[in-house]
Design a binder for this molecule. Structure first.
Ligand code: F6P
Length: 409
C-alpha cells in the first residue's frame, strides 16, 4: 500500500475493541504503510477531520501491550448513521475529500451491525463514483449478533465477565441459607439477541449450580409463566438467581422495560435505550410474593471489564484488525473480516473476508435448538459453542492498585 490508512471505532465499546486497533496498526507497519491515522469518535469525528496519528502512541511495543489492556474505545466512538446517498452526496464527498487530503487509501471501521452499514454505504458510493479508496469492516460487538462470522470480538470477554459475575452473585445469594430465599434478578445487555444473556449459563460448574432461569429475547416473555416459575423456585430453593435480557418483550411487542417507563430514549438508528427490566421484575415479584428481591443491572460493567477479558477474545480481536489490513493490501474492499471456526477440540479459528452486503444491518439470534424446551435455559450445544471463547486471561498492568490504561492526549 503506497498511501496512508485510517481506522475508526464505532458503536458500543467492548473490552477488546482496542486490540483490533492494535492489530490494524501492527499489520500496517508490517507491510510498510506510512501513516496510520485514528478517527477521533468514528466517522462523525472524521467528517470534522478529527484524527490522531497512532505512531504517537504505539511506536513502542509497550504502547500496543497497554492498548490491549485498555477498555472502551481508545479513539472514541460514535453512533452515527450515514444518511441515504440521494440528496446527501455532500456528506459522502466530504469523506473522500478528507481521505484525499491525507492521502488515505483505505478506511477500516470496527463495529457491529450499524457500523457495518457505514462500510457498506461508503464502499457502494466509491464503486458508483469510480473512487479508488477501499473500505473494510472489522467485526466488534458484545451482542455477538453479526451474521456470517462464527462469533464477534468483544463477545467472549463480556461473556466471561457475565459468567464470572453470575457465579459470584450466586455465591453471595446462597450464603444466607434462609428459609425464604432472596430472589435476585440480573439484567444483561444484548438488545434483541440473547447471546450475552445466554452466557449466564457458563456460570454453572462442579462448584456452582448456575443460574436458576435464563430469559432471552428470542422467546416471547410470559409474565404469568415467569411468576409461576419464581414461586416454584422460591418453594424449593434457598437461593434464586435469574438472568434476564434487557430486550425481553411481551406478546404485543413491548419491551418489559417499557412497562415501567413508556418514554424510552431512542438513538440515531432507532434503537430504544433499554434499562430497568430487572428493577421492574424484582418489584413485581416482591409485590406478588412478599419475598426479598434484588435487581442487578450489569450495564456498562459487562462491556468495559478489560481486567477480566478473555485472552482468546483479545487475540482474535487483534487478528481481525490485522487481517483486514492484509485483505485491503490484496485489493479487497466492501468486506468484513469473519471468524471461521475450524474445530472445537482443540478450538481453532481462522479468518476470511466476506461481502459487507450480507452483513450490514442483519441481526443473528441465538439458534432455537440451543434454548431448552421450557424457554428459560440453554443446553449443551450453547456451552460447546461459547466455552472456548472465554478461555485465557491477560493480566492488567496495575499502578497504584488499579489497572493502568492508554489514553489519548
Ligand atoms: O451495541 C452494544 C450495546 O452494548 C447493546 O448491548 C446495548 O443495548 C447498547 O449497546 C447500549 O448502548 P448505549 O451505550 O449507547 O446506551
Amino acid at each position: 500500500m503506497k498511501g496512508n490508512i485510517v481506522v475508526g471505532q464505532s458503536g458500543g465499546p467492548t473490552a477488546v475493541i482496542n486490540s483490533s486497533v492494535a492489530g490494524v496498526y501492527a499489520a500496517a507497519k508490517k507491510i510498510g504503510v506510512n501513516k496510520v491515522y485514528g478517527m477521533v469518535h468514528g466517522i462523525e469525528g472524521f467528517l470534522d477531520d478529527k484524527m490522531i496519528e497512532l505512531e504517537d502512541y504505539l511506536a513502542e511495543p509497550t504502547g500496543i501491550e497497554l492498548l490491549k489492556r485498555t477498555p472502551s474505545a481508545f479513539l472514541g466512538s460514535c453512533r452515527f448513521k450515514m444518511p441515504k446517498i440521494e440528496g446527501h452526496e455532500d456528506v459522502y464527498e466530504k469523506v473522500f475529500e478528507i481521505m484525499e487530503k491525507h492521502d488515505i487509501e483505505c478506511l477500516f471501521y470496527a463495529g457491529g451491525n450499524d457500523s457495518m452499514d457505514t462500510v457498506k454505504m461508503l464502499s457502494d458510493y466509491a464503486a458508483a463514483h469510480g473512487k479508488p479508496q477501499r473500505f473494510m469492516g472489522v467485526p466488534k460487538t458484545i451482542d455477538n449478533d453479526l451474521p456470517v462470522t462464527d462469533h464477534c470480538p468483544g463477545y467472549g470477554s463480556a461473556a466471561k465477565y457475565i459468567a464470572t459475575s453470575l457465579k459470584e452473585v450466586i455465591r453471595d445469594n446462597e450464603s444466607f441459607g434462609a428459609k425464604k430465599p432472596t430472589i435476585c434478578i440480573v439484567e444483561i445487555m444484548g438488545r434483541n439477541a440473547g447471546w450475552l444473556t445466554a452466557a449466564a449459563a457458563l456460570a454453572k460448574g462442579d462448584d456452582c449450580s448456575g443460574a436458576d432461569a435464563i430469559y432471552l429475547p428470542e422467546k416471547v416473555f410470559d409474565m404469568d409463566a415467569f411468576m409461576a416459575k419464581v414461586k416454584h423456585l422460591a418453594e424449593t430453593k434457598s437461593s434464586v438467581v435469574i438472568a434476564v435480557s434487557e430486550g425481553i418483550h411481551i406478546a404485543d411487542g413491548r419491551y418489559v422495560c417499557e412497562l415501567a417507563n413508556e418514554n424510552v430514549a431512542v438513538d440515531a438508528f432507532g434503537h430504544k435505550q433499554m434499562s430497568g427490566t430487572a428493577a421492574y421484575l424484582a418489584q413485581k415479584v416482591a409485590e406478588e410474593t412478599g419475598l426479598k428481591t434484588r435487581a442487578i443491572e450489569l450495564s456498562t460493567l459487562q462491556r468495559s471489564a478489560t481486567h477480566l477479558a478473555s485472552l482468546t477474545d483479545i487475540n482474535e480481536a487483534f487478528q481481525v484488525g490485522y487481517d483486514a489490513v492484509l485483505a485491503a493490501e490484496e485489493g479487497k474492499t466492501g468486506m468484513m473480516i469473519t471468524l471461521d471456526r475450524n474445530g472445537d477440540d482443540p478450538y481453532q479459528c481462522g479468518t476470511s473476508a466476506y461481502d459487507i452486503h450480507a452483513i450490514a444491518n442483519v441481526e443473528r439470534p441465538v439458534p432455537a435448538e440451543w434454548i431448552t424446551e421450557d424457554g428459560c435455559g440453554l443446553n449443551d450445544g450453547y456451552e460447546e459453542y461459547a466455552r472456548p471463547l472465554i478461555m485465557g486471561e491477560l493480566f492488567p498492568v496495575f499502578v497504584n492498585g488499579v489497572p493502568y490504561h492508554l489514553v489519548r492526549k
